[in-house]
Design a protein around this ligand. Structure first.
Ligand SMILES: Cc1ncc(COP(=O)(O)O)c(C=O)c1O
Length: 255
């Protein structure tokens, strides 16, 4: 991104294929609420899993968008999806675990996994499969987890109910964790994106205010839905906020 910035400074027109960023600003209500909070609120720490009212509202959003009954207790608020990646990777996997990611895909998945001592496994996708992984790609990969994004970055392609359901079933059959990055939900053209939560509770959903709500630079309001939350996850969530480099934990929040 720095190389692109320098080129832009020198007058080059760059088409960004690394991060997705809406051209619009944040919604007026969010800007007003922030201005008000800066003026009237100390903006201190919150409880580790996020403000209960925000967790409830995020769960309600999934009800409104997808008619799913998401228990607010499952919603953990993070600093953007990026915070949710750190939290979910460290909570779900052990050092060295293999995590499948579609290629092409969002470049930071690979870097974050590597930085945490995990092994990113590129799954080369085919145009015939709309540049998304398919069940046959998973054979013999010995994965501890599979991460998909639908709509994907940079391709924008989506997984429909059947394709997403097949991938979830195949991942579960391997005993691996299925992580669905839903950050581009709401930015669709012909069909509505499908949330993994429509198909199973046995999945981990990541989303954030960055794209649909045009708040990429705010570094606020990401969320992660594990299957359950607990006091120890709450402690770990707090640790992840204040510590940059951390040891990878055991799979204690997986089941
Ligand atoms: C697929 C995908 N997931 C996550 C992110 C980062 O999300 P956040 O800004 O919420 O950390 C991006 C940013 O471009 C992305 O393309």
């Amino acid at each position: 991104m720095e190389a692109a910035r320098l080129a832009e400074e020198n007058g080059r027109h760059i088409i960004h294929m690394e991060v997705g960023q809406p051209s619009t600003g944040a919604p007026m209500a969010a800007r007003r609420a922030l201005a008000d909070a800066l003026e009237n609120n100390t903006l201190g720490y919150t409880v580790a899993l996020g403000l209960p009212a925000l967790r409830k509202r995020i769960a309600r959003l999934y009800g409104e968008w997808y008619n799913v009954d998401l228990n607010p207790d499952r919603v953990v608020v993070t600093p953007g999806s990026s915070g949710a990646f750190l939290l979910s990777f460290t909570a779900l996997f052990d050092s060295g675990d293999r995590v499948g990611i579609g290629a092409p895909g969002y470049p930071s998945y690979r870097q974050i996994l590597k930085a945490l001592g995990l092994t990113p496994v590129d799954i080369e996708t085919a145009t015939d499969n709309r540049l998304q992984p398919i069940v046959a790609d998973l054979a013999g990969l010995d994965l501890a987890g599979l991460m998909v994004a639908s709509p994907n970055n940079p391709t924008g392609t989506m997984l429909d109910h059947a394709a997403l359901g097949d991938l979830i079933a195949a991942t579960q059959a391997q005993g691996a964790a299925f992580i669905s990055d839903e950050i581009y939900h709401g930015l669709e053209y012909e069909a509505k994106a499908v949330t993994a939560l429509e198909l199973t509770d046995d999945c981990y959903v990541i989303n954030s205010f960055s794209n649909f709500f045009s708040m990429t630079g705010w570094r606020a309001g990401g969320w992660w839905c594990p299957k359950t939350t607990s006091a120890s996850l709450s402690v770990w969530r707090r640790t992840c906020s204040s510590v940059r480099r951390m040891p990878v934990r055991s799979r204690r929040w997986r089941h």
